[in-house]
Design a protein around this ligand. Structure first.
Ligand SMILES: [Fe+2]
Ligand SMILES: [Fe+2]
Length: 480
C-alpha cells in the first residue's frame, strides 16, 4: 500500500473527528503484532497496513485508553488534536515514538496499568476500585521467574526500576540487581504466552462476581451499631469523658467486658475501676475507645469456626498493639487510625473463610503466591476484600486505603501508616523483621526515614511484651 493511500484513508476518518470536535488516537504497531492487534480493535476503528506497520485510527480515544486497548503490544501513539492537526504529522509522531521506545516503555505501561487504578475507576460500579487495586497473579508469575523479571528490570531506567521493585518482597527485589541481561522480545513472548490481558479480564470478572455475591449479606456489611458510634467518637478529640462513657454504657455487655479488661493484669492497676468514665480518666480516651471498639467488633468473628476465629483474633490484636508501638517510630502521628487498621487488616479473610474460599494460611505472613491464589480463587485478595468491607462500613478513607495496601505499602496514600501495619504484621507472625519478607517499598521507607534506628533487640522485646499483654486480654475475653 502506498503512502498516499494510508493518508487518504485515515484523513477521511480524521475529518469526521474534526467536524465533531472530538479526539482520535493514531496507533502504529509493528506488523508482527498485527493479528493480535486486529483482534482487539473495535468495529468503529479503522486499520490500515503500511510497510512494516499496522496503523490504527481509534475514535474518541485518548492515549491512555488506546494504550490499555492494545495492552501487551508494542506501539507508538499520537493523539489528535494535541500532537498535530493533520494525519501525516500524527503518523510521524506515532512512528517516532514507537522507534524511540524500543521494548521497555510498553513494559512500563503494563506496570502502570497495574499501578494505576484510573482506568478501572472510570468503570461505573464502585467495586472495580478494589478488584483492580493490585494484581498479585502477575507479580507471583514474575516472582517465580526471576530471570524474566531481571530482563524487564534491566530494560528500564533507574526510576522505573525503583517502582517495579516497590511491588516485590525485598529479597526478590535485591536479586534483580545481580542480573543484567536485556532481551525485551523474550518478555513480550512471556506475557503473550501467559495471556496477560485475558487473565486480567478474568480476574476482574471473578472479583465482581464475588463482591456481588457478598454485597447483599447484610451482617458482613453492617458494622455492629455500637462500633459505628465508637468510631465516630474516636475522631472527636474534645469529647467529654462522661459523654463517651454514656455511649459505651448503652451496651451493658460491652461495658462489663471493658471493665473486666481494664481491671485485668493487662493494665495492672491495684485499685478497682468501677465505671467507664473512671477508666477514661485513668487510661485516656484513645485507650478506652480502642478497647471498646475491639470488644464490639469481635462479634463478627462469631461467624467463622472457633479455631480460625481464635487465631485470627489473636493475630489481629497483636498487630493492632504492635502498630501502636511502631507508629511513632515510623513517624506516624495520628494515633486514632493506627489501632483500627492493625485490628482490621486481615478481616477480609473472615468473608472468604465463611464461604469456603481459599485464604492464605493465617499462621504465616502472606506470600505473593498465597495472595495470587486468593486472587485466582475469588478474583481479589483478602486485602482488597477487607478494604471493600471497611468502605461499606463507612470507615474513613485513610483506613480503607491502608487496609488495601497492607501488603503493598508503596502504593498507599499514607506510606507511614501502611508500612507500620505491614511491619507489625510480619513481626506478629515471626517475632522479628524478616528483611526478605518485607516489601521493598517498606525497606526503602525505612532507609530514607529520619528517626531512631529500629534494632532487632527492640523489636524482639516489643514482640514479647505485646504477646504476653495480648494473651492477658484473651484470657479475660475467653472467661466471659
Ligand atoms: Fe494480610
Ligand atoms: Fe496479617
Amino acid at each position: 500500500m502506498e503512502e498516499k493511500d494510508i493518508f487518504a484513508v485515515l484523513d477521511i476518518e480524521l475529518e469526521k473527528v474534526r467536524s465533531l470536535e472530538g479526539s482520535m488516537s493514531i496507533v502504529v504497531i509493528p506488523m508482527k503484532y498485527a493479528d493480535k492487534a486486529l483482534g482487539y480493535k473495535r468495529e468503529v476503528d479503522t486499520a490500515v497496513r503500511y510497510k512494516e506497520y499496522l496503523v490504527v485510527g481509534l475514535f474518541g480515544m485518548e492515549a491512555d485508553q488506546a494504550s490499555a486497548l492494545f495492552l501487551s503490544i508494542p506501539k507508538g501513539i499520537a493523539v489528535y488534536p494535541y500532537d498535530g492537526k493533520d494525519i501525516q504529522a500524527l503518523f510521524f509522531e506515532a512512528t517516532g515514538r514507537l522507534q524511540e521506545m524500543g521494548s521497555a516503555p510498553w513494559v512500563k505501561r503494563l506496570w502502570d496499568s497495574i499501578k494505576e487504578t484510573k482506568a478501572m475507576e472510570r468503570l461505573e460500579d464502585p467495586e472495580s476500585r478494589f478488584i483492580s487495586a493490585s494484581f498479585y497473579q502477575f507479580l507471583a508469575l514474575l516472582a517465580s521467574r526471576p530471570h524474566d523479571l531481571a530482563r524487564i528490570s534491566a530494560d528500564m531506567n533507574e526510576m522505573d526500576r525503583h517502582w517495579v521493585k516497590d511491588y516485590l518482597p525485598h529479597g526478590l527485589a535485591q536479586s534483580l540487581d545481580n542480573d543484567t541481561c536485556s532481551q525485551g522480545e523474550q518478555v513480550t513472548d512471556l506475557l503473550q504466552e501467559w495471556q496477560y490481558k485475558e487473565r486480567m479480564e478474568l480476574k476482574q470478572e471473578k472479583g465482581k462476581k464475588t463482591l456481588r455475591k457478598f454485597r447483599n449479606i447484610e451482617h458482613f456489611f453492617t458494622l455492629p451499631s455500637i462500633s459505628q458510634e465508637i468510631i465516630d467518637l474516636a475522631s472527636d478529640v474534645l469529647l467529654a469523658a462522661s459523654k463517651m462513657a454514656r455511649i459505651i454504657e448503652k451496651d451493658p455487655v460491652l461495658t462489663s467486658r471493658v471493665l473486666k479488661v481494664v481491671n485485668s493484669a493487662f493494665y495492672g492497676f491495684h485499685r478497682q475501676i468501677d465505671s467507664v468514665e473512671h477508666a477514661i480518666v485513668i487510661l485516656g480516651n484513645d485507650e478506652v475507645v480502642n478497647l471498646a471498639f475491639s470488644i464490639a467488633i469481635h462479634k463478627i468473628l462469631e461467624t467463622i469456626s472457633a479455631p480460625h476465629a481464635q487465631r485470627l483474633w489473636e493475630h489481629s490484636l497483636l498487630v493492632a498493639h504492635l502498630s501502636q508501638w511502631l507508629g511513632p517510630l515510623m513517624g506516624y502521628k495520628f494515633k486514632d487510625k493506627i489501632y483500627t487498621v492493625g485490628l482490621l487488616h486481615d478481616f477480609g479473610k473472615i468473608v472468604f473463610l465463611q464461604r469456603g474460599h481459599f485464604i492464605s494460611d493465617t499462621g504465616n505472613p502472606s506470600s505473593l503466591e498465597d495472595l495470587a491464589k486468593e486472587e485466582m480463587d475469588s478474583g481479589l485478595s483478602h486485602a482488597e476484600m477487607g478494604a471493600y468491607i471497611a468502605e461499606r462500613w463507612n470507615l474513613p478513607s485513610g483506613i480503607v486505603d491502608a487496609l488495601l495496601c497492607h501488603h503493598l505499602p508503596g502504593k498507599a496514600k499514607d506510606t507511614a501508616l501502611a508500612v507500620t501495619v505491614h511491619l507489625a504484621d510480619i513481626i506478629a507472625h515471626t517475632g522479628s523483621i524478616h528483611m526478605d519478607m518485607v516489601n521493598n517499598a517498606a525497606i526503602r521507607f525505612l532507609s530514607e526515614r529520619k528517626g531512631p534506628a529500629l534494632s532487632a533487640e527492640m523489636v524482639s522485646k516489643a514482640y514479647q511484651e505485646t504477646l504476653s499483654r495480648v494473651k492477658l486480654v484473651l484470657e479475660v475475653q475467653d472467661g466471659t
